[in-house]
Design a protein around this ligand. Structure first.
Ligand SMILES: [Zn+2]
Length: 100
C-alpha cells in the first residue's frame, strides 16, 4: 500500500502544472490543508534521495503582487508584510528530476 506522502509525491511528479495544497486536498480527498503542508515538508527532503526536487511557486500577495520568500516550511503565509492584505495567492508545488 502507498502511504499518503507517496501518493502526494506521485501526483506532483505527474502533474503538468504546479498544484496548490487546496488542489491536492481536493484530488486526494484530504480534509485539511495543514496535513498537506506538513507532508510537503517531508517530501521536499525525501525526494532528494531520488535525485528529484520539490519546486515551489512562491505565494504572492493578490493586492500588491509582493512575492513571498520560500521559507523553511511549505505553509502559506496569512498576511502580506508590505500592504497587510490577507488576499494571499497560495504557493504551488511540483516535483521534477534534477538535471544532471
Ligand atoms: Zn501586499
Amino acid at each position: 500500500m502507498q502511504t499518503r506522502r507517496e501518493t502526494i509525491a506521485e501526483l506532483l511528479e505527474k502533474t503538468e502544472y504546479p498544484m496548490t495544497a487546496e488542489e491536492i486536498c481536493e484530488r486526494l480527498d484530504i480534509k485539511k490543508r495543514s496535513i498537506v503542508y506538513e507532508d510537503l515538508d517531508h517530501i521536499s527532503k525525501s525526494v532528494k534521495r531520488d535525485n528529484k526536487e520539490l519546486l515551489i511557486r512562491p505565494a504572492s500577495c493578490g493586492k500588491c503582487q509582493f512575492v513571498f520568500k520560500v521559507g523553511k516550511t511549505a505553509k502559506a503565509p496569512s498576511k502580506c508584510p508590505k500592504c497587510r492584505s490577507q488576499w494571499i495567492l497560495a504557493p504551488a508545488f511540483l516535483i521534477r528530476s534534477k538535471k544532471k
